[in-house]
Ligand binder design. Sequence first.
Ligand code: BTN
Length: 325
Amino acid sequence: MQSELRKKLLDAFSRSEDEYVSGQFLADTLGCSRTAIWKHIEDLRKEGFELEAVRKKGYRITKVPERITADEIRLGLSTKFLGTQIHYEESVGSTQKIAHHLANEDAPEGTVIIAEEQLSGRGRMDRKWHSPKYTGVWMSVILRPNIPPPKAPQLTLITAVAVVQAIEELTGLSPQIKWPNDILINGKKVTGILTELQADADRIISIIIGIGINVNQQIEDYPDEIKNIATSLSIESGKKLQRAELVKLLLHKFENLYLLYLEKGFYPIKLLWESCAISIGKTITARTITGSIHGKALGITEDGVLMIEDEAGKVHHVYSADIEL
Ligand code: BTN
């Protein structure tokens, strides 16, 4: 729905202060038909608003969706630097794009960009990332680690472990990681991570880590093409979850793991990552841009590179691929 119409609709409800607002009044205020109003009301419901509709009286909002504004996240957040600067937006193209812009404007390490909705959310390999309003966590984090650029993929693996830990603590579910950065529950994707680098030849200027977590979507909310491969924390846990709580947990876990990594190197992270990885020890197919490799996933190297042993016993190092289990 166009934002101007949405604003008029919500204004009409705000002015009514808990009273019913008739469909005819809304139609006149917005300058559209009553059928169009009914559609707008359905859109509001999809976004998490709860509305009562009573014949001859009209509509009344009974519950507004929970938000993940900067204030909601800051309340009770005790990280040292992660999330001390939060940029919150209702609707954006992509939080990654904003993060790149802010990183170029010298935004400090730990800056978080979070949005209720992304209109052109992007995934790995130029795919789209479905990011509907008020249902998920769509955020990007700016980091500026003093590590050589080839080590940047390690940050993706740190993020994946942090997401697993946060989901476990909030829901009691046991997510698994599919190399390099998909988080699955019962074989379906619940989280994607997109790491983008700004670097000189020998120095990282910034790493932008984009995290998309499907939280409160229901199966009917997914487009047909991803219905069979995607899930949400709500579908898996049977509960509606507080997204701000999840973000806080994630920022805590992420900061702890990142500080551990800066102090002790990648090895402790590698152990944690392998303990949640779905593919290790299994026979998998890795589809890379140069062809497919089929064999047993042995584990990851110190640099987070996947090792696959083919039937002839040759060990392949895989830097980027789609994995089929
Ligand atoms: C993938 O699995 O393909 C990665 C998906 C990453 C999605 C997140 S949502 C927040 C950030 N902004 C984007 O446009 N993409 C990332």
